[in-house]
Ligand binder design. Sequence first.
Ligand SMILES: [Mg+2]
Ligand SMILES: [Zn+2]
Length: 214
Amino acid sequence: MSERTLVVDFDGTVTEEDLLDTIASTFGDPIVYQEVEDGLHGGQMSLKDVITREFEPVRRPLDEVVRWELDNVRIRPGFRELVELAEERGWRFAIVSSGFHELIEPILEREGVDVELHANRVDARPDGWRVRWQYGEDCGSCGESCKRSVAEELAGEEELVYIGDGYSDRCAAELADRVFARRGLAEWMDEHGLPYEPFEDFFDVTKSLDGAAR
Ligand SMILES: [Mg+2]
Ligand SMILES: [Zn+2]
């Protein structure tokens, strides 16, 4: 029996750095990247448009980018231990990402971690990467194609614990029973007077969740 569902963001949460940002700015066009990031944070652009536009100038073959990320991307400490705790306790555990299966799966494989993953897909075409968006249209709450409905469905009647760091986590975090937040998400939660627990690594999360389960 589960009773608790953990939904975890990938970029900048499971990974120490935001992989989508790094790939879009390193392998794409840094000027386009800055333009659309400013548009997102200025409220003129949706996340979906931002990710779509950021990846259009990326032309490298997928295997080259995967090789690069396997050499460069680090996982936040304690991730495997949190997955193991969830298994032990029978909690459902899912990564819900705005990133791409094609970039996330090789990293999880490298870490030897097998977890449920919800993400977009990318068609790494030589004339520019095309995002194949997997989330539904227009959330009733934020008006964007967002993670909320996925998180809601995963948790059902169970306690929803959400762990994230950024823009794409806001709407789902608002819905969650319990939130662990860092960086941009933590700032946004502060601005909106929403409760959360800050975390540095997943050992912090494990300690807090495990304590509460006893
Ligand atoms: Mg993130
Ligand atoms: Zn939403």
